[in-house]
Design a protein. Structure first.
Length: 618
């Protein structure tokens, strides 16, 4: 019998028991000498015939396997890690099939799992990433077009890259090109995971190439990328005492009486190994949410009562409850908010976080309460209303006062035992979606967010506007933009100017940096625009080709006719004297979609003779 055996991740004692026993019984071993730990051969008997496949071709390896089979010998084909991951075993098995020779496959421990073990990290972290993408950088061996790194990285999931450690600078460029990762995204390079000479390099996409080069790592290493390497995570419900499973019943009463578990969400602090500051909780592809879900990690907060900290970006938070049971949940939320007032919620005070007990004799005050809160919001006060009880009561209470998503307060509904948190009104602009996520983390509850862009993980202009303090010129137009995104349309246009002879790589890096810093996904870019005197500029045509979008140009007169709307364009006398128009990038972007400067998400950014602006239009 011929056995394809996974040698494990590296260390000799990480092979499976079955694999070890097969080596002990083998008459012939063909092993991948350039990749497999030689100590594994110590399991073989002295009479075992050993062949190193590092210098053998497929045909030569097959000849050895078939000869061993014809002679009735036990043969082990020893592959690195698990044979199913870049093991190149399929072609070997097909040759044996054609020869009518039987074989079996014995799985092994992949080096990706040894790398995670060495890093003491979990690939699938609740609230961070539930998907692991295993791939490699394209080198001398191509990969299918749909599996290019830039396409896979657009998901922002955990990524494990094999066979790529010799191309890390190019790999970083491709990872950033997807738009979901930023230069601050943590990553690690693990050389010969679990071997005696293992090396680990940690960093971010901004510096990992340099650090790996300094460590002398260029092969036999894995590159791991994603926020799973950071400190933020959501606790699993698997062992949560409040969560019911097939084998136990959750204790919802304990949730109200014993306090909320500290550090339900953890966030990277300035002292973290990756050098990040406090990380914002995200949604969609870019993590552009406002407000934080609490850390509770600072010593003074941990010592102050054991509750998770909840941080919200509001001027006032009013909680309304309709029963004694609901009052316990309301007070729990209020206590969590108050814990972080001075540190993370400077706009709030003890007096601006209130609990309104609207039951019994007080129930008649609900109408007046809602009227007052909506008046505050319509007057410009950032207001959050949290109803603890039935959604129907909340809906009927607020119905007479609802006006516009631009001015209405954020409204959230929580059931009276704290199992579900539902944003009802002003999910994006008002911050209700973020508040729902924050409150959910505090209670160990499930956030029920229903806005289409959140559900589908799509970029949302109103969320982006709130996070970047950008005023939406027209809410109806913004609605069309969101619909276009959900329909798969590309709604962003890059206006670019550059000096003659600009390096293509430099321009590409600059464009990607501008989009990443402003949380704008490159996957939504549908056009590159500039002035006609640059229509043959190599760097401009290259960036358009790189993004697979049209490159359009306009005359100076056409650019001068671009509509400033209620805003204005940047202006440069030097650019006017050189090109005939005072600003190329902003005017070209606006002219390309015949919109106005009011819709410029990113106004002119300049670096080393290059300028970039970004406009949005449905």
């Amino acid at each position: 019998m011929i056995y394809f055996v996974g040698a494990g991740s590296g260390a000799a004692d990480l092979i499976t028991v079955r694999g070890m026993r097969l080596l002990e019984q083998a008459d012939v071993v063909v092993w991948a000498g350039s990749l497999v730990n030689g100590e594994l051969l110590s399991y073989c008997k002295p009479t075992c015939e050993i062949h190193d496949s590092a210098r053998l071709t497929l045909e030569e390896t097959d000849a050895i396997l078939q000869k061993a089979s014809r002679e009735g010998k036990n043969c082990v084909r020893l592959h690195t890690g698990d044979p199913a991951i870049y093991g190149a075993i399929r072609e070997q098995m097909e040759l044996l099939d054609k020869a009518g020779i039987s074989y079996e496959v014995v799985p092994g421990v992949s080096s990706m799992f040894a790398a995670a073990a060495s890093l003491k990290k979990e690939f699938t972290v609740p609230g961070v990433s539930q998907t692991v993408i295993v791939s490699r950088m394209e080198g001398r061996t191509p990969v299918p077009e749909r599996e290019k790194i830039r396409s896979l990285s657009a998901h922002g999931a955990t990524m494990v890259l094999f066979l790529s450690s010799g191309m890390i600078p190019d790999l970083v460029r491709e990872l950033l090109a997807g738009g979901a990762y930023t230069k601050d995204t943590p990553c690690a390079v693990v050389y010969k995971a679990s071997w005696a000479d293992e090396k680990i390099v940690r960093g971010s996409l901004s510096d990992i190439a340099e650090k790996a080069a300094e460590a002398g790592i260029a092969k036999t290493a894995l590159v791991l990328v994603g926020d799973f390497l950071g400190d933020r995570y959501e606790m699993s419900r698997l062992y949560d005492k409040h969560f019911s499973t097939e084998y136990r019943k959750g204790n919802t009463d304990a949730q109200l009486t014993e306090g909320v578990q500290i550090n339900h969400f953890l966030y990277a602090h300035e002292r973290s190994e990756y050098g990040h500051g406090l990380t914002r909780m995200g949604h969609g592809l870019f993590g552009d949410a406002c407000g934080f879900v609490g850390s509770g990690r600072d010593e003074d907060l941990c010592a102050s009562g054991g509750n998770s900290v909840i941080t919200l970006d509001f001027d006032s938070v009013s909680l309304v409850c309709f029963s004694e049971k609901g009052a316990g949940v309301a007070e729990k939320i209020a206590d969590g908010i108050r814990l972080s007032l001075e540190k993370n919620s400077p706009s709030l005070t003890d007096e601006s976080v209130t609990v309104f007990r609207c039951f019994g004799e007080r129930h008649s005050g609900l109408h007046e309460f809602c009227e007052e809160q909506f008046a505050h919001a319509h007057g410009g006060k950032r207001t959050l209303i949290v109803f603890v009880g039935a959604c129907g009561i909340a809906v009927r209470g607020i119905a007479p006062f609802v006006q516009s998503k631009a001015t209405d307060p954020a409204v959230v509904s929580v059931d009276e035992v704290g199992q579900f948190v539902i944003p009802l009104l002003s999910g994006h602009l008002g911050g209700a979606n973020d508040a729902a996520r924050a409150i959910s983390s505090l209670l160990g509850a499930i956030p029920v967010v229903t806005t289409a862009t959140d559900v589908r993980g799509a970029w949302a202009i109103d969320s982006w506007a709130k996070a970047h303090d950008w005023k939406i010129p027209d809410l109806q137009a913004a609605k069309k933009i969101s619909a276009a995104v959900l329909a798969g349309k590309k709604v962003l246009v890059l206006g670019i100017g550059c000096k003659r002879g600009t390096d293509s790589r430099a321009l590409s890096d600059f464009v990607r940096a501008v989009c990443a810093e402003n949380c704008l996904p490159l996957s939504l870019v549908g056009m590159v625009a500039s002035i006609d005197i640059k229509k043959d500029e190599r760097a401009l045509t290259d960036i358009a080709a790189e993004l697979c979008v049209p490159f359009v140009t306009f005359t100076a007169d056409e650019l001068n006719a671009a509509d400033a709307g209620e805003s204005c364009f940047s202006s440069s006398d030097f650019v006017r004297d050189t090109t005939g128009t005072d600003c190329v990038c902003e005017r070209a972007a606006v002219r390309a979609v015949e919109t106005t400067a009011d819709w410029l998400l990113v106004r002119k950014v300049a670096r080393d003779g290059m300028t970039v602006a970004v406009v949005v239009s449905a």
